[in-house]
Unconditional design. Structure first.
Length: 296
């Protein structure tokens, strides 16, 4: 079934997304593509679709090599369609009801080895004020495991150098206190009392990390610097904005931290989010078992 051949009730739903929901052209196009895929396969009017047909469609998609996340998204698209049809009293039942979402396998995002982190942290030229800023930023980033957005929005008044922690504004405007170690603390003192003042010159800023123009560094600024120093350090792995955060979590677990402590440090509201790192802890437990059990 071509895009133009979608059932009229589906077209009404897509129009609703534009007019009532105000979704972007790209978002509506994504909905259209998902629905086209389904109705091309099923070839039925939405009101005649049965629950088993949806289950069969999802199963076929997964067997055909579709990722779990994409298959799950297509189920969500169908659910949204039928919620609209129920709301408009076009449909009297929802065939997506009680269909379990296909679970995508959560793989651990890319992270650096401890040796790679060391090379990355040594990459900035600390003979220059901006190099000291970058060195401090990377040290603090790795020492705390905070998000890139949280690093960019750190303010001077959120620092407690004596106690060794920073006040972070996380997702949902939730504040949390995150400790940092001696190495990061020493570099922060060097940066704040020297290089930061040289960068600012006669300007003022509440932001902790500032550009050569005295502006607060953005996520994009930080990400570009991270890529630059990764190249200098000879790191060829693909880096995402969360690479150091994932490295922080991975290394903590490998050195004995527990998931609950890691959850608090990362600012995860739900422990299930932190459980993406569970297999690392399992690997560590296997190593402990092999090392200490007499019959391992």
């Amino acid at each position: 079934m071509a895009k133009a051949g979608l059932p009229k009730d589906v077209e009404s739903f897509l129009n609703y997304l534009v007019v009532e929901r105000g979704l972007s052209k790209n978002s509506v196009e994504a909905y259209r593509n998902d629905l086209s895929s389904f109705f091309l396969e099923v070839r039925r009017d939405p009101l005649d679709v049965k629950r088993d047909e949806i289950r069969q469609y999802l199963s076929t998609q997964k067997k055909g090599g579709m990722s779990g996340s994409t298959t799950a998204r297509r189920l969500v698209t169908l659910r949204n369609l039928y919620r609209f049809l129920l709301l408009e009293k076009i449909a009297v039942e929802d065939p997506t009801e009680n269909i379990e979402s296909p679970r995508s396998i959560k793989s651990l995002p890319s992270y650096l080895t401890e040796e790679e982190v060391e090379r990355l942290l040594e990459a900035p030229d600390t003979k220059k004020p901006l190099g000291v800023r970058d060195k401090t930023m990377l040290e603090l980033f790795y020492a705390t495991g905070i998000r890139v957005s949280e690093l960019a929005t750190l303010n001077m008044d959120g620092l407690n150098m004596m106690a060794g922690y920073i006040l972070v504004m996380g997702k949902g405007s939730k504040e949390r206190i995150v400790p940092f170690g001696e190495v990061a603390g020493d570099w922060m003192k060097t940066y704040i009392t020297g290089s930061r003042l040289k960068i600012l010159k006669d300007k003022e800023s509440k932001g902790l990390f500032i550009t050569a123009r005295g502006k607060v560094m953005s996520r994009q600024n930080i990400w570009m610097l991270l890529e630059r120093y990764a190249r200098i350090a000879g790191i060829t792995k693909h880096l995402s904005p969360h690479t150091l955060r994932h490295s922080f979590a991975t290394h903590l677990l490998r050195h004995g931290a527990d998931l609950r402590s890691l959850q608090i440090l990362l600012g995860h509201s739900d422990i299930s989010t932190t459980q993406i790192y569970t297999h690392i802890e399992q690997e560590r437990l296997k190593e402990v078992y092999k090392k200490y059990h007499p019959r391992a």
